[in-house]
Design a binder for this molecule. Structure first.
Ligand SMILES: [Zn+2]
Ligand SMILES: [Zn+2]
Length: 183
């Protein structure tokens, strides 16, 4: 759904969207598993600096919810999680970036996004919000045993014996001494 400046000039926009899995490409590490529901409103905030210098910001307020599949950080098995978040965002025209760079960048500005041309795609905004809401690291369970570093098997499914075969060089040296003492 395209949120256009021209529409917002006439009135605020209310939206209630349901986006099917597959419409938004989240990359390899995240799969959308349920419709993405998003609702909220968009409005224009105008800063008047006189004539051509007027700035039209788009404010987007709303919430989203969906279900996503991620990968366990230890065993890379899929982990399905419900996700929901609220947002209150401000987008400025990209054409103002240069002007603002000339002014000292203050920290509050980092919250601001930018739009190009006539407006912005709601899908792009939702994608960004979902990627922000996803935890950096998920585990299938707190006790996940992960993949065996030696044979690569998922140790939750196939407990392997590799760990027993690991010989610590220090113990190996001790074993050698023991053998010598026996002789
Ligand atoms: Zn796991
Ligand atoms: Zn193993």
């Amino acid at each position: 759904m395209f949120i256009s400046i021209h529409d917002l000039e006439l009135r605020k926009l209310e939206f209630a969207e349901s986006i099917a899995p597959g419409v938004i490409d989240f990359g390899e590490d995240l799969v959308q598993r349920a419709p993405l529901k998003a609702s909220g409103r968009a409005e224009l905030l105008e800063e008047h600096h006189g004539g051509k210098n007027d700035i039209q910001d788009i404010r987007l307020v709303g919430n989203l919810s969906t279900r996503v599949e991620l990968k366990c950080a230890r065993c890379i098995e899929p982990v399905v999680q419900n996700l929901s978040s609220e947002f209150d965002l401000l987008y400025r025209p990209a054409s103002t970036i240069k002007r603002e760079e000339e002014v000292a960048i203050n920290e509050a500005d980092t919250e601001i996004g930018y739009y190009q041309g006539e407006g912005l795609l709601l899908e792009d905004v939702l994608k960004e919000q979902i990627l922000l809401a996803v935890p950096i690291r998920v585990l299938c369970s707190e006790n996940c045993q992960g993949l065996c570093p030696q044979c690569g098997q998922n140790r939750n499914v196939f407990p392997c014996n590799c760990a027993e075969k690991i010989t610590d060089p220090r113990w190996a040296a001790l074993a050698e001494i023991k053998e010598k003492l026996k002789q």
